[in-house]
Design a protein around this ligand. Structure first.
Ligand SMILES: Cc1cc2nc3c(=O)[nH]c(=O)nc-3n(C[C@H](O)[C@H](O)[C@H](O)COP(=O)(O)OP(=O)(O)OC[C@H]3O[C@@H](n4cnc5c(N)ncnc54)[C@H](O)[C@@H]3O)c2cc1C
Length: 586
């Protein structure tokens, strides 16, 4: 059956007058529906059709915010900036998340002149900032998907990459727990004995079989006390478990900052605080990337703009997919209880969630424990709000897995927004209508886990698109992490203090961060409080900034030579102090 006939068949299930066009596997939908949920549902149903490469969902929903699209607003800015020249590069990458920075570093291995443009004042401010940092093994993504292939390969590449970049990475392994709740939805069809037998023997065997098919090594089935030995305090409801040793954990922004520093060292130009607002085109080729600061000449352009990759495609006149933002809320627990969770834990529930791996309990490389994320379709890409219901949902769900876990050690919540397309796979391909634009889009989870392989694959794509790639023998892949007082022995710290007194001034007592580290972060380019926080961990501990904020702001004011009132949290106009600060002139 042709894609058009299948689309027609799917749309018949909905009580709306939706029109559509299919062009080379891209489905464009138009019409009006009652709610945002219906908009998502129709998009996902169409995206699920075999052969569909992208869904451009232009259906409107009742109550949808009208007004100029972002692309229209950007065009105004573009017209003002199209004459200012910033420079010319062979490749311009749009987006400084883990994906853009990974591609930048991968390209810096070759004799190619590369620039990366990021609208934020630092790298790692999009999805890359707020996630679990789990290096998934590659079990969950569906058969035949790009996600599965790049996740498995990415996971394999992690050890070497993190060693080169001096970034902490631990293969803590994960356990998929099969409990008396796993088949809850089917329970009425299964007598109790059969349910237990199924969960004890058949299900773990099926999971292991899938893992073996995906080339995951060392996968084991555990039962009874063997699970209790691996997972402290695990629920008595657990029947069996599948252990996957290759699952890892990483600090996603630490890795992204390391990729950025190393790419910069190898010659990549970074334009931070610079937003792409349009393109200068000749026929089907981009000749210039127009930003709010001026134009960058480009032979090839990479669209790694995360949640906004659909809008970048639109700006280049090649609408091929729509991103539907999906929020995930997470809870973070104190490092004090780090010994309580050693591995990443997920409880298998069937049928599985159609669009999420279901979240879990994870340790982090810095010793905190994370519960989450949830998965909720939202209207706005900027919605990172958290309400009590989200927190209750997470607490209830994971308390069933670890009933005696000290939940009062919860120190903060946060939300991140995923960037899926309606086909739910990664979109890494040359743009349909623009010959020199490569989309590296819809990189939702497992985007962190897949990042090294996505970079490798993207460079292969650029090669096929005609980019000349010659190895640069002067490439230096190494990078040194910042020294940390918290990781030094007493003797080491004492001798550092003798050399430099500021090692002895501990400004963040929860994470034990010294003034010397704050200054090192500033020397490495941090210009805001949050940029320092991401590089040093100051403010990330139990008191959540209440002790160190003023101390760090004071150091920043002196080192950056700016008045205290100009010290920013992150973005422009995010100053902490309003008006004159006591003790400061003017
Ligand atoms: C709650 C949550 C949990 C997750 N957990 C995991 C996990 O455990 N493991 C895992 O593998 N993955 C996980 N993910 C997915 C992972 O975070 C993403 O796949 C990954 O961060 C995507 O990176 P990116 O570089 O594509 O996007 P982003 O990090 O969003 O980067 C895109 C960048 O583009 C910039 N940009 C956008 N528009 C423009 C413009 N016009 N001009 C210039 N710059 C622009 C943005 O400012 C942004 O910095 C999770 C995601 C969420 C939300």
């Amino acid at each position: 059956m042709s894609i058009s006939r299948k689309v027609k068949k799917v749309l018949k299930k909905f009580p709306y007058d939706i029109s559509f066009v299919v062009d080379e596997g891209i489905v464009l939908l138009e019409g009006e529906v009652n709610s945002h949920q219906e908009w998502v549902k129709i998009g996902l149903n169409i995206g699920d059709i075999k052969g569909v490469k992208g869904v451009v969902n232009e259906i409107r929903w009742k109550g949808m915010k009208e007004g100029k699209t972002r692309a229209e607003r950007r065009e105004n800015i573009a017209s003002k900036n199209e004459r200012k020249r910033l420079g010319k590069h062979e490749v311009v990458i749009i987006g400084g998340g883990i994906i853009g920075c990974s591609i930048a570093r991968e390209l810096s291995k070759f004799k190619v002149d590369v620039a990366l443009v990021e609208k934020g004042p630092d790298v790692s401010l999009g999805q890359t900032r707020a996630n679990n940092g789990m290096v998934h093994p590659g079990l969950a993504p569906s058969k035949g998907s790009l996600k599965r292939r790049l996740n498995v390969r990415g996971n394999e590449m992690y050890g070497e990459l993190c060693e080169e970049l001096d970034v902490p990475f631990k293969r803590v392994g994960s356990l998929i727990l099969i409990t008396s709740r796993t088949l809850k939805k089917y329970k009425r069809y299964l007598p109790l004995g059969l349910n237990t037998g199924f969960c004890k023997y058949i299900l773990p065997w099926l999971v292991k079989k899938k893992a073996d098919r995906n080339r995951l090594k060392g996968v084991e089935i555990l039962r009874g006390d063997d699970i209790k030995k691996e997972v402290k305090g695990v629920t008595d409801d657990v029947i069996s478990a599948v252990k996957i040793p290759s699952t890892g954990i990483v600090d996603p922004y630490e890795l992204t900052i390391a990729l950025y520093e190393n790419a910069k060292k190898n010659g990549v130009d970074f334009y931070l605080d610079t937003e792409v607002v349009g393109f200068a085109k000749e026929d089907s080729m981009i000749r210039g990337v127009i930003t709010d600061k001026g134009v960058l000449g480009a032979h090839h352009v990479v669209n790694a703009a995360g949640l906004y990759s659909d809008e970048i495609a639109e700006l280049a006149d090649t609408k091929e997919f729509t991103i539907h933002p999906r929020k995930g809320v997470e809870l973070l627990f104190n490092k004090r209880i780090q010994d309580d969770v050693e591995h990443c834990l997920t409880e298998l529930t069937l049928p599985s969630h159609p669009t999420s791996k279901g979240g879990g309990i994870n340790p982090t490389v810095h010793g905190n424990i994370i519960w989450g994320p949830t998965a909720k379709e939202i209207e706005s890409k900027k919605d990172t709000s958290v309400d009590k219901k989200d927190i209750d949902e997470i607490m209830e769900r994971y308390s069933k897995v670890l009933p005696d876990f000290p939940r009062s050690e919860f120190i903060r919540y946060f939300a991140g927004v995923r960037a899926p397309s309606f086909t739910e796979d990664f979109i890494i391909r040359p743009a349909k209508e623009v010959q020199n634009l490569l989309h590296v889009a819809a990189i939702q989870s497992p985007g962190i886990a897949s990042a090294p392989a996505i970079a490798e694959y993207s460079v292969e794509m650029l090669d096929k698109m005609g980019l000349k790639l010659e190895r640069d023998e002067s490439f230096d892949g190494s990078r040194r992490a910042m020294d940390r007082a918290a990781e030094m022995s007493d003797d080491e710290l004492r001798s550092r203090i003798q050399e430099e007194q500021r090692w002895g001034n501990i400004v963040c007592t929860c994470e034990m961060v010294s003034e010397a580290e704050i200054i090192e972060a500033i020397n490495r380019g941090a210009e805001s409080f949050d940029a320092i926080k991401r590089r040093t961990r100051a403010g990330m501990g139990e008191c959540q900034e209440s002790y160190c904020l003023l101390r760090i702001a004071d150091i920043m004011s002196k080192e950056l030579d700016i008045p205290l009132k100009n010290v920013k949290k992150e973005w422009a106009e995010s100053e902490f102090f309003d008006g004159t600060v006591r003790g400061e002139e003017g």
